[in-house]
Design a binder for this molecule. Sequence first.
Ligand code: ADP
Ligand code: TRP
Length: 330
Amino acid sequence: MTQKKTILSGIQPSGKLHIGNYFGAMRQHITMQDKGDAFYFLANYHSLTSVSDGKTLTDYTMDVILDYLALGLDPEKCTFFAQSDVPQTTELAWILGTLTPVSLMEKGVAYKDKVANGLNPNIGLFTYPILQAADILIYHSDIVPVGEDQKQNIEITRDLAGKLNRNYEQDLLKIPEELIVKSVATVPGVDGRKMSKSYGNTIDIFDEGKSLKKTVMSIQTDSTALEDPKNPETCNVFALIKLFADDDTIEEIAEKYRGGGYGYGHAKKELLGLIEEYYADARNRRKELAADPGYLHDVLREGGNKARERAEQVMEPIRSATGLYRSFNY
Ligand code: ADP
Ligand code: TRP
């Protein structure tokens, strides 16, 4: 029997998840949960680089757990856990850091982007890719499904695994493959830039009612008059409609755009209906799950136990190779 490949990915609980996160990451995680031995985690150590209030981090973490489970992540099919339940991750990150040239981190584009967007330039943010490398390497992951924006971090991961193996002259870490999820282009936000919580231009997955309506109605469009024909391909509303509608509906709406007499207001209402329908079941499931915190903790405990056990197996030979003194075993 061929061994199942280990698939691993994580998402930071650092704000409400939005439809860019859904189409760019979560949906693929959910589809891949039974395509191998899948490990998905809440990257809460990473969130500390931008969220330094304990209560807020706890709330965001619970939100992301609920979001994933409501959207179809099945803890029977994959290992779902919190990064902070696997302390071996930070242990490995430290060791990798000692082999990482400062110049490699200085080339990090994500750090520069985040600082340009107003994040506090702390050392955790600067060395974020090393912790991400540890996340991936500590489970001997084979495949890492991530969005295009994570490409550099995966390259750094491969680089660091090679450095550690060469330095200690042993195959201590497996070099993972990246799997850049190309099925979706960058999801635009209400202002037309990339949807991102740092731009405050998001449509949150589980927003509803008046608040969702207000957000959808605020999507920026050009000033073509109602009666004039419009180009669907240059319109933010249409780009979002394409994510939620089936092919026939997309074509029908595109025809309406081209035909004239169809305003952006009409398109926005159409989009609102599509979003509400698309997430209707998940919305109900989320409410049920929220009423059962005991279940959520059980899921994470079980996932954490499994992840920690795997991590320990990978970490033990690394500790030995480094020569670090240890007077106890876990
Ligand atoms: P944000 O930009 O809101 O802070 P993150 O950087 O935490 O989002 O992204 C988490 C995951 O969601 C990443 O895998 C990223 O590729 C994906 N993602 C985020 N925003 C978008 C978007 N607008 N379009 C497509 N994928 C996205
Ligand atoms: N940096 C990723 C993001 O912003 C989150 C993340 C942390 C991650 N560790 C990871 C993704 C390991 C994949 C594998 O989306």
